[in-house]
Write a protein that binds this ligand. Structure first.
Ligand SMILES: C[S@@+](CC[C@H](N)C(=O)[O-])C[C@H]1O[C@@H](n2cnc3c(N)ncnc32)[C@H](O)[C@@H]1O
Ligand code: SF4
Ligand code: SF4
Length: 344
């Protein structure tokens, strides 16, 4: 952020405002919202953040944390042994969240997965149908593609799924085996190509993404990956490797602690995640909901989104203190940027 237009403006504003005005601002009571905003602008300087949306632009529902693979780069492979991690979201919780999205903001990007493999659930198409029938416009899943066989493809397409991301990470069976620890490379590619055709035939507006998480063992295949998929799908997404807040090895990449140029994290403005048991997370990397910021069984998403805990958290990012335990220790902030993580 240092050197950006926002940073330069904030520095100039900060230096132009006389000390007496700053003192008065500090002393003003009661502390209104307007006063806080002014303080952020004048005392701390602005940092770039968009206006807060009235409802989270993206909601992720951890429909299941179960998975049929054990990819080496994914915390799921490590955490599936931990008590309380594995579970499926009940219909009651899922329906409550989906009803709220439909009522409040049907344009919300609604992703019916988070830390597991959604197709492990044989009824995932029923949740997709529930969402689309209530008028939610963009329903999306990520999948490892191993179970994306004809029957399942037709179930989810006919239920109205608008977007799918198939995680491939490789262009050869050898690399796929190394990264995804599965011998099913050819099947996943065939499933994906068939999905593109069937899904577009059902609704030409449906979208397909294939993704590739950059790692030591697959870096050499990234260009081949792009050229194979570029003209076959809507988006080829090359994703930076995340350390998932210290769950995974840092690959020597994440020496970011205490960096003065650290920017506010876009996650706090663009998404919210509901864990399978209904606890609500502000960060995808809080895999076990250890830092839950609410609970859907007692609150609405909107209440949580505008609640005091979220407000304080965002403010600490804008002020640059990052004082929340989880964010303070974050090693991924450089990989989570405003340009690259907005929409899938
Ligand atoms: C956790 S998976 C869940 C959905 C599904 N099982 C799949 O593989 O697509 C969602 C995405 O996170 C990615 N992912 C897992 N570990 C990652 C890491 N350390 N860094 C970046 N992306 C990661 C996966 O490759 C996948 O694209
Ligand atoms: S990346 Fe997806 S398929 Fe691989 S272990 Fe994680 S959840 Fe399972
Ligand atoms: S700063 Fe890091 S820990 Fe905090 S919300 Fe963003 S990614 Fe998560």
């Amino acid at each position: 952020m240092s050197g950006s237009i926002e940073h330069i403006i904030s520095k100039s504003v900060k230096s132009m405002v006389p000390a007496s005005v700053k003192d008065t601002l500090r002393k003003l009571k009661p502390r209104t919202r307007l006063q806080k905003d002014l303080e952020l602008f004048v005392l701390d300087g602005i940092r770039f953040t968009p206006p807060l949306a009235d409802f989270p632009p993206m909601v992720m529902l951890d429909t299941t944390t179960r998975c049929n693979l054990t990819c080496g780069h994914c915390p799921n492979s490590v955490l599936s042994k931990d008590a309380g991690f594995l579970g499926d979201m009940s219909d009651e919780i899922a329906h409550k969240v989906l009803d709220e999205i439909a009522r409040e903001a049907p344009n919300t990007l609604t992703r019916l997965f988070d830390g597991g493999e959604p197709l492990v659930r044989k009824d995932i198409h029923k949740l997709i149908r529930f969402a689309t029938e209530r008028g939610i416009r963009t329903v999306s899943i990520n999948t490892n593609g191993t179970m994306l066989v004809k029957k399942r493809r037709m179930e989810i397409i006919e239920a109205g799924l608008q977007h799918i991301e198939v995680s491939l990470d490789a262009t050869t069976p050898e690399t796929f085996l190394k990264i995804r620890e599965s011998p099913l490379f050819d099947r996943v590619v065939e499933n994906t190509l068939a999905y593109v055709e069937e899904s577009k035939a059902f609704n030409p507006k449906n979208r397909v993404t294939v993704s590739f998480v950059l790692q030591t063992d697959n870096r050499h295949e990234v260009e081949a990956f792009k050229s194979f998929w570029e003209d076959k799908v809507d988006k080829v997404y090359i994703r930076e490797y995340h350390q998932h807040n210290n769950y995974m090895d840092d690959h020597g990449l994440f020496k970011n602690h205490g960096n003065p140029d650290r920017h506010p994290c876009p996650f706090l403005w663009d998404r919210i995640i509901v864990f399978h048991d209904g606890r609500v997370r502000f960060c995808e990397f809080d895999w076990k909901a250890d830092h839950a910021i609410g609970d859907i069984s007692r609150q609405t998403l909107k209440e949580i989104w505008h609640g005091e805990a979220y407000r304080n958290l965002r403010e600490s990012h804008v002020r640059g203190t990052f004082c929340h335990d989880f964010c303070r220790e974050c090693t991924d902030w450089r990989q989570v940027n405003w340009d690259g993580n907005r929409k899938k």
